[in-house]
Design a protein around this ligand. Structure first.
Ligand code: FES
Ligand SMILES: [Fe+2]
Length: 354
């Protein structure tokens, strides 16, 4: 089960060209295509004889089914049936609310009346000229054979950096400093912060910051539930202050990683991410480092998450234990469960009164 009344990223805007794009979102097959007004997202199943509309083609501002040529506009209405003058009643497919923001196409699979654009988090740095953004995987999602909350777990428990990413962003010192968990029940937000003082810089930060000695380091991840995860990380000269959002080159380096794991099914995810940095923003060399080295870092995570999912699917009732570092993840999962339960209660209340 998923939280339905939420925006999820369905695609990078640049993925949608002249051809229909098919993608399963929260177990629902969706086809997206460009119209003169923007982007449309429809149920990917023709209401005539069920052919996926994504197997057809875009004709003007409509999508034409590839079997018998029925045409649908961006609202999902069938507007043409070849060979007959009338469109039969009920000839329509479901249309999803969509909007474009930060270079992504966001889709709403819940109650359309609740599709408020203000639910999308304010990630201002993605539009700031003082930050440089590099889309992950050249503007395509990573396909992950794992549940989307395993991505959330991964980003909140950064003790894994020491073991999974030892050659780049890992450092033994991370596990010496305990994480702090904060949560905001009304806003549906959880934050994990880990601050590391006076330790050698990890290889990636040393290359970026050219530090003379030890550094103070931080990694903080905030999740606006169900799954908008913004990580802020950096390293500064010892004692100069951990002040996310305000680190200039005289003290160190700071970056953010935006993570949007959209459920495909219960056990697979379209993982959209991008990197923003607040240092060397004009440097093509650093653009390339993010394109290549961070792709390798994400591949390291992919292997771990998919390994977990395999065993979890094989042994769904097996016992798991918790450790201290799981505190933020436990909060995230509890709050997501509560959001789902609240939606279900509302739906069953509505059914009873209908
Ligand atoms: S199945 Fe789509 S037009 Fe017949
Ligand atoms: Fe990782």
């Amino acid at each position: 089960m998923f939280v339905r009344n939420a925006w999820y990223v369905a695609a990078w805007e640049t993925e949608i060209g002249n051809a229909p794009l098919a993608r399963t979102i929260l177990n629902e097959p969706v086809v997206m295509f460009r119209t003169p007004d923007g982007i449309a997202a429809l149920e990917d199943r023709c209401c005539h004889r069920a052919l996926p509309l994504s197997m057809g083609k875009v004709v003007g501002d409509k999508i034409q089914c590839g079997y018998h040529g029925l045409e649908f506009d961006g609202s999902g209405a069938c507007v043409r049936v070849p060979g007959q003058s009338k469109v039969p009643p009920g000839a329509e497919v479901r249309a999803y609310p969509v909007l474009q923001k930060y270079g992504w196409v966001w889709i709403w699979t819940g109650d359309p009346a609740k599709a408020d654009p203000n639910h999308i988090p304010d990630w201002w740095w993605l539009e700031s000229p003082e930050w440089k953004t590099i889309p992950g995987r050249d503007g395509t999602p990573m396909h992950l054979e794992a549940n989307y909350l395993l991505v959330s777990d991964n980003l909140f428990d950064i003790s894994h950096l020491t073991y999974v990413h030892a050659s780049s962003i890992g450092a033994d010192s991370i596990v010496e400093f305990a994480p702090k968990t904060e949560r905001w029940e009304d806003e549906k937000r959880v934050k994990m912060s880990r601050e590391i003082f006076d330790r050698p810089a990890a290889p990636f930060y040393q290359k970026a910051g050219q530090f003379r000695g030890n550094v103070d380091r931080w990694i903080m991840t905030t999740s606006d539930l169900p799954c908008y995860l913004a990580s802020d990380a950096g390293s500064v000269e010892v004692g100069t202050g951990i002040t996310p959002g305000e680190v200039g080159p005289e003290r160190g380096v700071e970056m953010k990683i935006m993570n949007l794991p959209t459920p495909e099914t219960e056990t697979s995810t379209h993982y959209f991410y991008s990197h923003c940095r607040h240092f060397h923003i004009e440097s093509e060399e650093w653009d390339e480092i993010y394109r290549t080295q961070f792709t390798a870092v994400f591949e390291e995570d992919k292997a771990v998450l998919e390994g977990q999912q395999r065993r979890m699917s094989e042994f769904p009732d097996a016992r798991e234990i918790d450790i201290n570092a799981d505190a933020p993840n436990i909060q995230v999962r509890r709050m997501v469960d509560e959001m789902i339960a609240a939606e279900q209660a509302e739906l069953s209340g509505a059914r009873k009164s209908a």
